[in-house]
Ligand binder design. Sequence first.
Ligand code: PLP
Length: 441
Amino acid sequence: MQNIDARLPQRRSLQSPAPGPASQALDARRADNCARALQPGLPAYIVDGGGGILVDADGNSFIDFASGIGVTTVGSSNAAVTEAIIEAAQRFTHTCFLNAPYEGFVAVSEKLNQITPGDHAKKTALFSTGAEAIENAVKIARNFTGRNRVVVFDAAFHGRTNLTMAMTSKNKPYKAGFGTLASDIYRVPGSYPLRDGLSGEDAARRTIRTIEQQVGTEDLACVVIEPVQGEGGFVVPAPGFLPALQRWCRDNDVLFVTDEIQAGIARTGQWFASCDEDLTPDLITTAKGLAGGMPLSAVTGRADVMDAPGPGSLGGTYAGNPLACAASLAALEEIDRLNLTSRAREIETIIREELSALDGHPTVAEVRGRGAMIGIEFLNSDGEPCAELTSRIAGACKKAGVIVLTCGSDGNVIRLLPPLVINEDVLRDGLSVLVDAIQTA
Ligand SMILES: *Cc1c(COP(=O)(O)O)cnc(C)c1O
């Protein structure tokens, strides 16, 4: 894998055990002033970043295997993105597209219509957050079909707003104590090969039977699914599951919506995870990797569906902010220029090669995922999820200067989401720390 130039030295180095004094002082201010719910996973405060590295207030350099949850795909200070933001900010920071339009909004929409799967006529609506994109995809699907019901899946994650909280599977910490959930959301089993042992076709049969028995099609607006699950554990459905589900949706006039907020935008080695099985979703939601770290999200899909809601019925004050659009155009261009889709596949090869040191390890149940979206699931000898072990491993990595995140309904999956611009020696160094942490845990 070829090295990509970065502004910062690309090397892990700990000056002092993190958190050092500067981070500790900042964390004391956080504890006094920020709501308790907003609990950072890393005890160190970041002051700089770029390539595969984040630098903290005490001068420690961490290897970044999180990318701010799959956001900084082109790096956290990509020069082209930064320049685009500065250039846009020097002209205007905001107008609200609905009041006074600007080109960037249109250009990002054009680009998404172009790169999303399928050569049918498409349109796009821009928003700010992932949850907002999901909320709007559901609004659009309900408006187009005149139906209310929404099917979602076991272990799904779609956000934390009221509607998306209902669509998200995990009770704690996302739903418990947060009041009445939105109605007309139906959860069905998906495909989780490690746990259900079903082929894609059999899993789809089970899913479809459940939908037909419990939800029906007369009132069903859409099925919303992550083509590779994010927060739910980096679960990759068995081959054939998603195409069978899409086919059933088509046959029953139910909209097939893929949530590509985490898996999309080059992460899995193609522009979209939906590309791998030639899916052509009716609607696709994007966010995280879309704008180089700026808040931007989108719903892209069939023009007839997208055009169902009338003028003025979708939008938001900040939706498609001009700086975020400028950043997005630059980030998407960087993905092309640096050929980051194929780099994601090279990253996968290196990750699998380094993690092969764990072959036969008693608690490593599976290494799975695609491209630069790889998860490691930990089960004990009774097949029970090891959440405590998993968080201990993540903790040991952070202590050694490597930022990794956990996920999974049972909290027993380590997820790797490095920036796609990470260099090979940094990647290998971080992986060796992870392998050590797993072997000693
Ligand atoms: C992160 C995420 C969301 C929610 O995005 P926010 O920007 O946090 O609202 C929705 N779906 C998936 C698959 C995600 O990973």
